[in-house]
Design a protein around this ligand. Structure first.
Ligand code: NAP
Length: 290
C-alpha cells in the first residue's frame, strides 16, 4: 500500500498497527520515531522498524503516510517538527482518543497538499509500550475517521483500507460528535474507575487489605480500567474537557437520584433501573463488542 510509512510513537497502538503492516507486507519500509532509545531498541528487536530515530522529521521525510501514535499532549510539537519534512501528497493520520483537539493541534502546522485524515481505533488494553502490542488488537473493532469535509477522497480511502486490513470496521464521523460519544462510552467509565480505586486507596489500612483480598466481587474489574496509562488519560481529560464535564453533570444527577432511592427504600425504582441496564449488556453482546 505504501513505499514508506512512518510511525511517530510506537507504544501499544503504534506497535500493534506496525505488526499488521509487517505481517501483511503493507509498506516497503517502516521508519519509527520515539523519544527514548529503549523504545526504539524494542521496535528494532520486534522487527517493526527499518529506520529508528529520535527526530520525528527524519522518520516523516519521504513517507507516503505518517501515523501519529503519541499521547495527545505531544501532537502540536510533533506536527511542528514533521511539517517541513512532509512531501506533497503525503497522508497524515493519527490514533488519538479525542478528535477535536487532535485536529486543532495538527492542522495549523501541516502544509498545503498534505492530507490530514484523523482517526481513532476503539480498541486497546491497559498496557503500554511496544512489547504490549499485538496484531489482532483491532480485529472486529471500530475505527472512526474524522476527516474535514473536502478532504482528498483517495487519502481517506487509503486510510480506510489500512484499518480494514487490520480487521477493523471503519466509519466516518464528525469530530465533535465523536468526542461526545466517547465521553460517555469511554472517558466517563475511566473517570469512575479512577475515582473508585482512589477512594479505596484512601481507606484505613485494614480495609484496604480486604478490598484487595475480596476484589473479585466487583472492584477487580475497575482496577483493570484504572491501571490505564496515566499520561494518556491525563491528556484525554484535558483535551475533551467540555464533553466530559457535560456528561459528568448528567451522571452526578443520576447518581443523586440513585442515592435518594436507596435512602427512601425505593426498591421498585432501583429494580427498574437495573432491569434497563441489564438489557444494555445484552445489546453489547449482540453487537459483538463484549
Ligand atoms: P503508549 O503505549 O504509551 O506509547 C506512546 C508512544 O508515544 C511511545 O512510543 C512514546 O515513546 C511516544 N511518546 C510519548 N510522549 C511523546 C512525546 N512527547 N513526543 C514524542 N513521542 C512521545 O501509548 P498508546 O497506548 O499506544 O497510545 C497512543 C495514542 O493512542 C494516544 O494518543 C491514545 O489516546 C491513543 N489510543 C490509545 C488506546 C489505548 O487503549 N491505549 C486506545 C485508542 C487510542 P517513548 O517510549 O520513547 O516515550
Amino acid at each position: 500500500m505504501f513505499n514508506r510509512m512512518a510511525f511517530i510513537g510506537i507504544g501499544l497502538i503504534g506497535s500493534s498497527l506496525a505488526r499488521v503492516v509487517r505481517r501483511d507486507g503493507l509498506a516497503g519500509e517502516i521508519a519509527v520515531a520515539a523519544r527514548r532509545q529503549e523504545t526504539l531498541d524494542a521496535a528494532t528487536r520486534l522487527g517493526l522498524a527499518d529506520q529508528v530515530t529520535t527526530d520525528p522529521a527524519d522518520a516523516a521525510r519521504d513517507a507516503d503516510i505518517v501515523v501519529i501514535c503519541t499521547p495527545l499532549g505531544a501532537y502540536a510539537a510533533v506536527a511542528e517538527a514533521i511539517a517541513p519534512a512532509l512531501k506533497p501528497g503525503a497522508i497524515v493520520t493519527d490514533v488519538g482518543s479525542v478528535k477535536g483537539a487532535a485536529i486543532a493541534a495538527l492542522k495549523p502546522h501541516l502544509p498545503a497538499g498534505v492530507h490530514l485524515v484523523p482517526g481513532h481505533p476503539l480498541a486497546g488494553t491497559e498496557h503500554s509500550g511496544p512489547d504490549s502490542g499485538f496484531a489482532e488488537l483491532f480485529e472486529g473493532r471500530w475505527h472512526l475517521l474524522t476527516p474535514e469535509a473536502g478532504t482528498d477522497a483517495a487519502a481517506v480511502a487509503k486510510v480506510t483500507e489500512l484499518w480494514q486490513r487490520a480487521g477493523s470496521k471503519v466509519e466516518v464521523m464528525d469530530p465533535t460528535h465523536h468526542d461526545q460519544v466517547l465521553a460517555i462510552t469511554s472517558h466517563l467509565p475511566h473517570l469512575i474507575a479512577y475515582t473508585i480505586v482512589d477512594t479505596a486507596t484512601q481507606l484505613s489500612t485494614d480495609l484496604q487489605e480486604e478490598v484487595i483480598e475480596y476484589s473479585a466481587t466487583g472492584f477487580r474489574d475497575f482496577t483493570r480500567i484504572a491501571a490505564s496509562d496515566p499520561v494518556m488519560w491525563r491528556d484525554i481529560f484535558l483535551t475533551n474537557r467540555e464533553a466530559v464535564l457535560e456528561i459528568l453533570g448528567r451522571f452526578t444527577e443520576d447518581l443523586t437520584a440513585m442515592q435518594r432511592m436507596i435512602r427512601k427504600g425505593d426498591g421498585d425504582g432501583l429494580e427498574e433501573v437495573f432491569t434497563r441496564t441489564r438489557a444494555v449488556r445484552r445489546s453489547v453482546i449482540d453487537a459483538k463488542q463484549a
